[in-house]
Structure formats: structure tokens, C-alpha cells
Design a protein around this ligand. Structure first.
Ligand code: CA
Ligand code: CA
Length: 683
């Protein structure tokens, strides 16, 4: 057995089984065959081949294992720093069996350490170890990304507030950092391309010397995330995210790690990777956390903290004016985290203290407001005692939240569609003008109902899609109908696009939803039903016409709100002088070429908007061209069967004739276009 001690496997149990004896023999043969080896034990040079090991102190404890055919002597060992032999700080070092330890004095900056061992066979060198040491304080680099999804209020604010809280950390007597540099991407500027560029800039800044190895880099990201079904990777959605090019419009978490792996700093990632639902964030947090845990563990000097743990949802609330996670982090930095991990209070918040405080506080906040469970999660604790923040230098309001980046996300997403009460009654449905399908004026009696004051907006529809993951017919089939200079079916167009097929800016989410089929409109109503317990549905054709006529306050107008075709521009968005159709009315200007935001024109007698024009509106009925001849008089529901559903009211592309209240249009239930939308009724 002595032979094993001789080559120095002192820390390994002696072989007791045949299998182990065989392994030992193979190892021995391999050592002998390759002659001598010097292996770094500490620091582990394998981990630092490309980037330097960053020493916090001016001296470095080293430990190597020397595999040799004879017992090494300390005299035979030399420490080379940048090729020059130096003596160890404590003299000649210690040789214990095959393990050699010593303490090396470091120069300022980067240097290469090599351990050399000389025997009768020659000189043997360890792999080089790059070491970086900097006297003085590190600098802090904060990168903060906050997109502005319509279903969440505070993601952009969170990123802004978190980043700016650090601005004061380089000032005053207790400043922890030499410099603090803050970069933010907020709201619309946080496109996927800009996010990638920001992450890349950390690596380029490092190679340009703007970020030093001893520095601390913090990345804070607050946005929706998803785990791709094909590559199982976590992606963080850009503000320009669209489902058709979901990867291209997102930032891969793996991409962040790849870039961060190139820089040897201490890297902290705070991730609020929201997933869905108003006021809720990542509802598939298990998949997200699994992806983060798996990836981050392999990265050096990197801690990732997420806003919630497995199978939990992250929340935000008006009372905090932020997500629970950011609220707790900011409270912690302001001083509440000091001593939270059991250490004494010293005014300095360490990473451990901040994480401990967030872990204790987020569940409380969420339990109090939402009666739900949310516990933040972190990948590992090897940077735990990193001093992060001097509480006295908390600086939340150095800069106001940027204007022009939609600081207040569209409010309607929080609200249900605005509804107008329509008192039931009896009216004369149909008209003797126009096509035959409108003729046979007949008496119809309706019960009371409520109808949408406006057409359903893009923001309202997005709320539904975000909550349910619903795919519209346009998305399933991969196209919709748009108007460019001609009418055309265009690939890749769906509810996020405008009538020309361009992606709508978020500021246009107050326009009516278009590119939705009857099926889509019905699915939206069903979701509203399930969410509210109220009987949301599409209006019947009779309800639509009665409401458009002004119900029991009707003045008998031809168009919703007016009988005067020459003043239609005040009541409706139709084919006016702004668009060049053969049938455009060049004498009128309604100010909009395509769709107009809801509520832009005058309402009808009941205070309902855009019943004439803007977008065609789906009704629940099957279309029957001669239905009026044998319609039931009491709450008629339309034809018993058919191939098309009813569309009413005309649109931005219609001549006045088609914007008349009595005008009947129709299309197949899965058809959708630049001009088809809807509004809802209940019960
Ligand atoms: Ca118009
Ligand atoms: Ca309309």
C-alpha cells in the first residue's frame, strides 16, 4: 500500500475492492507514463483558463498537487510570477505528501502564476494561472431592463427604481464602490434587439477595460418570460415581442449567461420573469426556475435571484406601486435588510441579507394583499457575503421616471369593457332602402341588456390572450386580410397588427381590435364570462340594431347618432377624404385613414360610440338573407343555421351606405380582416 502514499493519493481511501485496485493501478500507470504532473487545487486553474482569477486580497493562497516518481522537496519547487521566480511570502512553502501550499504576493493588475518543479527528469510546469488583483474599491455596473406589457402596470417602473436606487453608492464616506454606472432600457426602448445589445455591451465594456475584473455587475430584468417548447430554454420577451417570431423578439437567458461567462466579475441577476395575468407574473415559474437553476449552477461567480419559486405566481399591486419582489428589494436596500441574516447591523446590506429579507418579506406582502404564496428563489449562495449597498446612500429618486415611455400602461386592460344599459322595448327592425336583405320591416321586442360603450380594444383583447394563451384564427392560419395599396391576404398578420399589416405601437392599443374572426370574438366573450361570472356574449343582430338606433330614446336616425350624411364625419370613421377609394367621400374629413381610437367621434342617443363605422362588428346570429320575413318577434336569435355570421355597422373602409344602421353584412365564422372587430353585451 505504501506505493499509493508515495504517489500521493493520501486523501483517497485505500482500495479495498478489486475494482478500486484496478482503478488505482490504471491511475498509477497513467502518472508514470506521462511522467510528472502539477495540478492546481486552489485556485482551480481549470475554471479560470480564459479569464483571470480575481483576488480580493494582495496575497493569494495557492495549493497544487505534484504527481511525481520521487517524493518532492520544497527546494525543488519555484513560484514564477510573470516568468520571474519569486519566493513565497511565508518562505518556502509547505510540502505535505504531494500537496504543496504557499502564499504568493500579488502585483496590482493582471499576472500569471506558474508553479515549477525540478527533478532528475527535468523541469515540470503547472498550467499558467491568470490572477487579477486591484488595490482600491471595485466599481458597480447596473443594467436594468423593464418592458411594459399591457397586462402589468409596474414592470418598467420596477427596473427603473431598482437601478436608480444604486446611484448613490459611490458617494459619501461609506461608499462601497469606486464608481456606479447605471444603464437602463425602459418600456418601448426595451426591444429584444436593444436587450441583446445591452447584454453584449457588458462584455465589450469588459474587454475595453471599462469593467474591471474586481467589479460587480448587476442585471435586473422585469418582463414576461417563456420556456420554448422546442429547445426548453428560457426566453425573456422584448417590448416588441410578437408570437410569430417569438425567439427573435426575445432575449435568451442562455445568451445572458454566455456573455456573462466571458467576464470574471461578480455577477448578480435579479429576474422578475413574469408570465401572465393582470397583477400576476410568472404562472409557469416552475419551468422558468428549473431552467435558471440548471443553467446558472454551471456559471462561475454568478447568482440569480428570481421573484418566485416553483409553481408560484409573482404579484404586483397598486398599494406597492411595484411587483412584490421589487418592493421587498427596495425596502431591504433602504436598510430593513440590515442584519436580517443574523449578522450584526452595520449599515451595509450584503447579498445574503438582501436575499434573506426578500425571502421573508415577499411572502408576507403577497399573503396580506392576495392571500397567495410567493417565495423568491436563488440559485446559490457563494457570493453571499458580498457587500452590496450602504443603506444610508439609498437613492431612489435621483432621476424621474422617463416621460414618453408610457409610464402609465393602458388602463383599460385592468378594466372590463365599459358597458351602457339598454332598456328593453319594441322597435321596427329593417329598412325599405338598400338591399333586399334589409327589407320587410318587422316589429321586434327585446329584454333589457347592457352593450359595450365602445368596440373591444386591442388592449382588452390582449388581456384575454395573455391570460389564456389563446391563438386567433389569423394566427392558426398564418394570415389575415390587409389593405396596403390594394386588398391582399398577408402572411403573419394577426391581432397585434393594424389595417395595413404593421405591428401596432402600444400607444395604439386603444384602437378597436381587428383581424379577429367570429370564433375569436366568441372565445373572448366566453373568457369574460368565466372571469366575471357575468353572461358576456356577442349581441344578437336585433340587439345591435336596437342599440344603434338609440333604444327607447331613438330619434330614428339612419346612422348611429345622425340622420345627416354630410355630417357623418362627426359621428363615424368611414371612407372619407383620407383614403383613396373609388367610393371615398372626398368632401368629408373624419381625420383617420384606417382605424381610429375608440370614442373619437360623437355618440348616439344612448351614449354608445362607433356603432356606425370604424370596424365591422360581429353579431351572434347565423346570417339568413330572408330571415326578416319569418323572424321571431321576441328576442330573435337569427337563422337556425347557416354558413355566415352577421357583421354590422360598416368600417373605416366603408362608404356611408354601408355604415347605415340597417345595413346587413356577413362573413364565414373564421374569416378575419383589417376591418372586422366586435363589441360585447350581457347578460
Ligand atoms: Ca376615415
Ligand atoms: Ca363600429
Amino acid at each position: 500500500m505504501e506505493i499509493y502514499q508515495f504517489i500521493g493519493f493520501g486523501k483517497v481511501a485505500k482500495p479495498k475492492t478489486m475494482k478500486n485496485i484496478l482503478l488505482y493501478t490504471l491511475l498509477l500507470l497513467s502518472v508514470t507514463a506521462k511522467s510528472q504532473n502539477i495540478i492546481w487545487l486552489s485556485p482551480n486553474a481549470d475554471k479560470y483558463q480564459q479569464k483571470p482569477y480575481v483576488s480580493e486580497t494582495a496575497t493569494l493562497e495557492i495549493e497544487v498537487k505534484i504527481l511525481a516518481s520521487t517524493i518532492p522537496k520544497t527546494d525543488d519547487i519555484t513560484i514564477l510570477r510573470d516568468g520571474t521566480a519569486i519566493t513565497g511570502k511565508n518562505g518556502e512553502g509547505v510540502m505535505q505528501y504531494t500537496t504543496y501550499t504557499n502564499t504568493v504576493a500579488l502585483k496590482n493588475g493582471e499576472q500569471t502564476i506558474v508553479i515549477q518543479y525540478k527533478d532528475k527528469y527535468g523541469i515540470h510546469k503547472s498550467p499558467p494561472l491568470k490572477v487579477f488583483y486591484a488595490a482600491g474599491k471595485p466599481s458597480l455596473h447596473v443594467f436594468a431592463i423593464g418592458t411594459n406589457p399591457a397586462d402589468l402596470q409596474y414592470t418598467a417602473h420596477d427596473a427603473w427604481d431598482f437601478a436608480n436606487a444604486f446611484r448613490g453608492q459611490a458617494t459619501g464616506t461609506n461608499a462601497l464602490f469606486e464608481k456606479v454606472k447605471v444603464k437602463t432600457l425602459i418600456g418601448e426602448e426595451a426591444t429584444a434587439a436593444a436587450m441583446r445589445q445591452m447584454v453584449n455591451s457588458a462584455a465589450t465594456d469588459y474587454h475595453a477595460g471599462k469593467i474591471q475584473p474586481q467589479d460587480v455587475v448587476i442585471l435586473f430584468v422585469s418582463t414576461h418570460g417563456f420556456v420554448d417548447e422546442f429547445d426548453k430554454q428560457l426566453y425573456l420577451k422584448g417590448d416588441d415581442y410578437n408570437a410569430y417570431s417569438n425567439i427573435a423578439t426575445s432575449l435568451g437567458y442562455q445568451k445572458i449567461l454566455n456573455m456573462f461567462n466571458r467576464i470574471p466579475c461578480k455577477k448578480l441577476i435579479f429576474l422578475d420573469a413574469c408570465y401572465s395575468g393582470a397583477g400576476k407574473r410568472n404562472s409557469n415559474s416552475k419551468a422558468i426556475n428549473d431552467a435558471i437553476q440548471q443553467l446558472s449552477r454551471t456559471q462561475d461567480g454568478l447568482v440569480t435571484m428570481t421573484s418566485s419559486s416553483e409553481d408560484q405566481v409573482s404579484y404586483e399591486d397598486d398599494a406597492w406601486e411595484s411587483g412584490a419582489f421589487t418592493e421587498a428589494l427596495l425596502q431591504g436596500l433602504q436598510g430593513k435588510a440590515d442584519g436580517s441574516d443574523g449578522s450584526y447591523k452595520n449599515g451595509i446590506i450584503s447579498l445574503d441579507e438582501l436575499c434573506t429579507y426578500a425571502n421573508a418579506t415577499v411572502p408576507q406582502l403577497v399573503k396580506n394583499k392576495k392571500s397567495e404564496i410567493q417565495i423568491p428563489n436563488r440559485t446559490r449562495d457563494d457570493l453571499g457575503n458580498l457587500a452590496l449597498f450602504a443603506a444610508a446612500n439609498f437613492d431612489k429618486n435621483t432621476l424621474p421616471f422617463p416621460k414618453g415611455n408610457t409610464p402609465e400602461p393602458p388602463k383599460p386592460v385592468r378594466n372590463l369593457p365599459n358597458m351602457v344599459f339598454v332598456k328593453g322595448g319594441t322597435f321596427q327592425m329593417g329598412s325599405n332602402e338598400g338591399r333586399d336583405n334589409q327589407k320587410t320591416i318587422h316589429s321586434v321586442t327585446l329584454d333589457d341588456f347592457y352593450i359595450g360603450k365602445y368596440e373591444v380594444t386591442v388592449a382588452e383583447f390582449e388581456k384575454f390572450v395573455t391570460a389564456t394563451g389563446y391563438e386567433t384564427d389569423a394566427e392558426k392560419d398564418g394570415n389575415s386580410r390587409v389593405y396596403t395599396t390594394t386588398w391582399e391576404t398577408k402572411v403573419g398578420i394577426y391581432w397585434k397588427h393594424d389595417a395595413k399589416g404593421n405591428l401596432r405601437p402600444r400607444s395604439d392599443y386603444n384602437h378597436p381590435i381587428i383581424h379577429v374572426s367570429w370564433n375569436d370574438a366568441t372565445a373572448y366573450c366566453k373568457w369574460l364570462q368565466e372571469t366575471t361570472g357575468k353572461g358576456y356574449r356577442l349581441p344578437t343582430e336585433a340587439e345591435w340594431e336596437y342599440a344603434a338606433r338609440g333604444g327607447n330614446e331613438s330619434k330614428g336616425h339612419k346612422y348611429a347618432g345622425t340622420n345627416d350624411e354630410s355630417s357623418l364625419y362627426r359621428y363615424a370613421n368611414f371612407a372619407d377624404k383620407n383614403i383613396d377609394f373609388d367610393w371615398s367621400v372626398k368632401s368629408q374629413n373624419d381625420n383617420y385613414t384606417y382605424t381610429a381610437p375608440i370614442g373619437k367621434y360623437l355618440s348616439n342617443e344612448l351614449g354608445i360610440y362607433n356603432m356606425s363605422g370604424n370596424v365591422w362588428e360581429w353579431c351572434s346570429d347565423w346570417y339568413g338573407s330572408d330571415y326578416y320575413k319569418n323572424s321571431s318577434s321576441n328576442n330573435p336569435q337569427g337563422a337556425n343555421s347557416g354558413t355566415d355570421r352577421v357583421l354590422r355597422g360598416g368600417s373605416w373602409s366603408s362608404m356611408p351606405l354601408r355604415c347605415r344602421i340597417a345595413y346587413r353584412n356577413f362573413s364565414a365564422p373564421k374569416n378575419r380582416s383589417y376591418s372586422t372587430g366586435f363589441r360585447v353585451v350581457f347578460p
